[in-house]
Design a protein around this ligand. Structure first.
Ligand SMILES: *Cc1c(COP(=O)(O)O)cnc(C)c1O
Length: 230
C-alpha cells in the first residue's frame, strides 16, 4: 500500500511542479512517519524515501537508532528546550523554531557537540491554532536575533496551515509565507538564507507547491490514517 501511495504522491508533486514551472528536484518530500512502526518506515525507505519527519523527540531518536544512517531526519513538531540535546546532532533540519530561548538552546547544544544546526523559523500565518509559531510581524526581529547565535543557520520558513476541505482555501497563507521569505531575504542578514519553504501537508501540498513550497510534509497520504492511543 505504501508503494502505491508514494507513487501517487510523487506523481502529484511532479504535476504541481509542472504547473508551477519548476523542476521536481526542487521539492523535497518529507514522509511524516509519526506514530507509525519501523516496518512501515522501512517499506517507504525501500521505495526510496530518505527524508522522514517526526514530531516527538523520543520517537525520532528511537527510529533514528533503528534505521539506516543515510536517512535525513526532520523535527517538525514543537520542541521543548530540555530535549534539544537529544536530537541536535541527529536531525538534518529543525522546522519548528519559534522563540529566541529555543534557538539559544539549540545553539548551545550545537556548539557543545560541534555541529551546525540547520533550522527553519515556524511562522503562525493563519493565527488559527495560535499555540506555536511566531507571528508574521515578529518574525523579522526573531530572525535577526537568532542569526547572531553561533552554530545555527536559518534556512527558511515553515508554516502549518489549517485543516480545510478545499485546499485552495490555504493558498493565501502560503502566499504570505512566501512573500515573507522574499522580504526577509532582501534584508541580506548574515547566516540567514530563505531558500527553504516548508509548507503543505496531505490535504494541500499541491497548492503549497504552486505557491512556492520547497519541502512538503506528507503523512496520511503515504502511511494512511494515524491511530492515537487514548
Ligand atoms: C502530522 C504533521 C504533518 C503531516 O500531516 P498529514 O496531514 O498526515 O500529511 C505535517 N506537518 C506537521 C507539522 C505535522 O505535525
Amino acid at each position: 500500500m505504501i508503494k502505491e501511495n508514494l507513487t501517487t504522491v510523487q506523481e502529484n508533486i511532479k504535476m504541481a511542479c509542472q504547473m508551477a514551472g519548476k523542476n521536481e528536484e526542487e521539492v523535497t518530500l518529507v514522509a511524516v512517519s509519526k506514530t507509525k512502526p519501523i516496518d512501515l518506515l522501512m517499506e517507504a525507505y525501500e521505495c526510496g524515501c530518505r527524508h522522514f519527519g517526526e514530531n516527538k523527540v523520543q520517537e525520532l531518536v528511537s527510529k533514528y537508532e533503528a534505521m539506516p544512517k543515510d536517512i535525513k531526519w526532520h523535527m517538525i513538531g514543537h520542541l521543548q528546550r530540555n530535549k534539544v540535546k537529544y536530537i541536535v546532532d541527529k536531525v538534518a533540519l529543525i522546522h519548528s523554531v519559534d522563540s529566541l530561548r529555543l534557538a539559544e538552546e539549540i545553539s548551545r547544544e550545537a556548539v557543545k557537540k560541534d555541529v551546525e544546526a540547520a533550522i527553519l523559523i515556524e511562522v503562525n500565518v493563519s493565527q488559527e491554532d495560535s499555540k506555536f509559531g511566531v507571528s508574521v510581524d515578529d518574525s523579522l526581529s526573531l530572525i535577526r536575533q537568532v542569526s547572531l547565535l553561533p552554530n545555527i543557520q536559518i534556512k527558511g520558513l515553515m508554516t502549518i496551515a489549517p485543516y480545510v476541505e478545499n485546499p485552495e482555501e490555504n493558498k493565501p497563507y502560503f502566499e504570505i509565507l512566501r512573500q515573507l521569505a522574499v522580504d526577509i531575504s532582501n534584508k541580506n542578514i548574515d547566516n540567514v538564507s530563505m531558500n527553504v519553504l516548508s509548507m503543505g501537508m496531505t490535504g494541500d501540498y499541491m497548492v503549497a507547491i504552486k505557491e512556492g513550497a520547497t519541502i512538503v510534509r506528507v503523512g496520511t497520504g503515504i502511511f494512511g490514517q494515524r491511530q492515537y492511543d487514548v
